[in-house]
Design a protein around this ligand. Structure first.
Ligand code: GCB
Length: 670
């Protein structure tokens, strides 16, 4: 049997063997031609509010150093068969220390980096005696890539497939109170043709016989592990499970409206004579109550703020990222306070038409980046120092937006974007999507369901990106993306939908299903390498062609050139800092021509910083198209881009220039 199929079967074997018994399936070969896709329901996410302390809730982090074991590549299910979760991992195998959160790949000095298949983590933790009292305990993961199986004290808890997205489970009855407990996690990094994103596992000969190799077409390293924080948190027995917020502004933007709807979980919610009420209080930045309401029977309502301070993007207003605090109190019939949850709310409107994208009625011109969650040593692991540095650089360079290429970024970074007024095109983990199949469609839709459920309340999220560089030239892409786009719209009508497309506008079959067309193109790099004289007109022509074909607003979502920091060549030559600077400048010319047309609404450089990729002869230690190095220092082109982004800010949004934008040369030049 071919190994990919064997391995896939092994995955099923894990599920069948494991106490979860979730899947009985067979690997199905999918052909992309003549594919009939059915619009099936996808599982709906529940709960998962970001863990926050309040007078009714406690939060405890399980981050730190865990114990770690890698399985034998040729025997990925051994740990499940031998029940490694039943006792401490160190009793089954020698363990090594592993930080959480972090990717495991770059931590050791051996070849763990290229491991394919399952790895195991465990740690012990105490649960205080006080937690046993009349409340519920939840275990929540910010993300584990790609697939996670979790046990507490040897008992199954939850299984989750898909990296970059949170999952949680109630563990109230599995914990020992006032005692030590153990958590065990098995994580599988294998990507196949029906995972999101897709990959392949093959068996190839090597010097020792045969070995297993993971490959994928996307251009970033498939880092794996417990990537984001692990939390235990408490809720009352009856608690606020969901809060959904939408906002509106009066025409003159003086009055704001906040619509909230709440779902409650717990026995009190089901008692007929217990009428639960929601008390909603809205506070401004100074903590002053500006609106409140108590819902009558319905678990939702509307708050009015007059006068309102709308949420504005960075450099579009003197007070960007203005956030209110919404306090939701759940009350029982007798006014007993059952639960309290607080979240930040930005009040703004979004609208779009065939020419423009508007925020609070004002047309937006995006000036931003494609990015990656990526850094030395920690890989894709959440790192607050890196996140704050990145936002400082975004603001230094005058960007007002980024795309979460090519997967959902951390919840902490979404909150940071809200605070700083950085607009986000929020992308699901579908990248280089091909070999469209019913199973893939289900998972793709699920990735969007989980993403929208997680991020719908963030004012910074202004658009959903349903894919990066899908193979939208194929016949099946037509109905596939229609189904994905319609599904996305069914979940959120308040934001437009885009996808970053790389096939030519004549071949593309997805654009008709989108609201805004984004295209990626590497003139003078992947086509006509080195030809700086073949950029400007090509960009203009292609953007016009996209607009003609679909009559929708157009964004250039990727352009750029690999650049080795410190390599200087005059005249400009590929890979040099001069070349990157020139490539940018030639694009700026095209963008300024296009801006005059009214429907060209944004420019996104690829990439914010250098990042790690799979090994290849086209990549020197990774992708070097960063405007910043991987250590987050500017390359020469960063200074040019900064001047452009602030010039656009001043021209379009009347922002002022930072004092150090231009270096003094002579008083002959103004
Ligand atoms: C692209 C992809 C991005 C790559 C980039 C490149 O079109 O969307 O993931 O990293 O090109 O540098 O090749």
């Amino acid at each position: 049997m071919h190994l990919r199929i064997r391995l896939t079967c092994r995955k099923y074997e894990i599920w069948a063997l494991s106490i979860f018994s979730l899947v009985t399936g067979l690997y199905v070969l999918h052909f992309s031609i003549a594919l009939i896709l059915v619009n099936k329901e996808v599982p709906q996410t529940r709960g998962m509010l970001y863990p926050r302390e309040s007078e009714t809730r406690e939060v405890r982090s399980l981050d730190g150093i865990w114990n770690f074991v890698r399985s034998d590549q040729a025997n990925p299910t051994q740990g499940v068969r031998d029940e490694w979760y039943a006792k401490e991992l160190s009793k089954s195998r020698p363990t090594i220390p592993m930080p959480v959160p972090a990717s495991y790949n770059d931590i050791t000095t051996d070849n763990l980096r290229d491991h394919v298949g399952t790895v195991w983590y465990d740690r012990k933790f105490f649960v205080p005696r006080s937690w046993s009292k009349d409340q519920r305990i939840w275990l929540r993961f910010g993300s584990v890539h790609y697939e996670a199986y979790v046990w507490i004290n040897g008992q199954k808890v939850v299984k989750h497939e898909m990296g970059h997205l949170p999952f949680e489970a109630e563990v109230t009855d599995l914990l020992s109170y006032g005692a030590e407990n153990r958590i065990t996690v098995m994580c599988d990094n294998a990507l196949i043709q029906t995972t999101v994103p897709q990959g392949r596992i093959t068996e190839v000969p090597n010097d020792g016989g045969m070995t297993i190799v993971q490959s994928y077409t996307f251009d970033f390293f498939n880092y794996a592990g417990i990537h984001r924080s692990v939390h235990l948190y408490t809720t009352p027995r009856t608690f606020i499970e969901e809060v959904e917020v939408t906002t509106n502004l009066s025409k003159d933007a003086t009055i704001g409206e906040v619509f909230y709807s709440v779902s409650v979980n717990g026995s009190a919610a089901n008692e007929a004579d217990n009428v639960l009420q929601i008390q909603a209080n809205l506070y401004d930045k100074d903590g002053i109550l500006v609106a409140n309401a108590t819902s009558d029977q319905k678990l939702g309502g509307k708050l009015q703020v007059n006068p309102v301070k709308p949420w504005w993007p960075y450099l579009m207003h003197s007070e960007p990222g203005y956030l209110y605090q919404l306090e939701i109190k759940l009350l029982a019939t007798n006014d007993e306070l059952l639960d309290v949850y607080r979240l930040k709310v930005g009040i703004r409107t979004l609208s779009w038409n065939s020419q423009q994208f508007l925020i609070n009625g004002k047309p937006v011109y995006f000036r931003g980046f494609g990015r990656h969650e990526d850094s030395d040593i920690r890989g894709k692991g959440l790192d607050n120092a890196l996140m704050v540095r990145d936002f400082n650089l975004l603001k230094w360079i005058g960007a007002n937006a980024y795309r979460t290429s090519h997967y959902p970024y951390s919840e902490e970074s979404m909150q940071f974007a809200d605070e700083h007024g950085i607009m986000i095109i929020d992308e699901c983990p579908s990248v280089d999507t091909e070999n469209f199949s019913q199973e893939l469609l289900g998972k793709h839709k699920s990735s969007l369901e989980q993403l929208i459920h997680r991020d719908r309340n963030h004012p910074s999220v202004v658009m959903w990106s349903i894919a990066n560089e899908p193979r939208t030239g194929s016949v099946s892409a037509d109905s596939y993306f229609e189904l994905v786009a319609n599904f996305t719209r069914s979940l959120d009508k308040t934001r437009p939908i885009t996808a970053a497309i790389a096939v030519s506008n004549t071949q593309d079959k997805a654009g008709r299903s989108l609201d805004i067309i984004s295209f990626n193109r590497y003139n003078a790099w992947y086509s006509n390498a080195g030809r700086l004289d073949m950029i400007t007109q090509n960009v203009i022509d292609e953007a016009i062609a996209w607009n003609k074909r679909y009559n929708k607003p157009i964004i250039m979502s990727e352009y750029g050139a690999d650049t080795l920091e410190g390599l200087h060549m005059q005249p400009a030559y590929v890979w040099s800092e001069e070349f990157q600077t020139e490539v940018f400048s030639r694009h700026f010319k095209a963008f300024d021509e296009l801006r005059k047309k009214g429907w060209f609404i944004g420019e996104f450089v690829w990439n914010f910083a250098d990042f790690k990729t799979a090994q290849s002869y086209t990549r020197v230690g990774g992708n070097k198209k960063g405007v910043f190095t991987r250590a987050r220092q500017p390359k020469a082109a960063a200074h040019l881009l900064r001047k452009r982004y602030f010039a656009l800010g001043r021209d379009l949004d009347q922002c002022s220039f930072p004092e150090d934008l231009f270096t003094y040369i002579a008083d002959l030049i103004s």
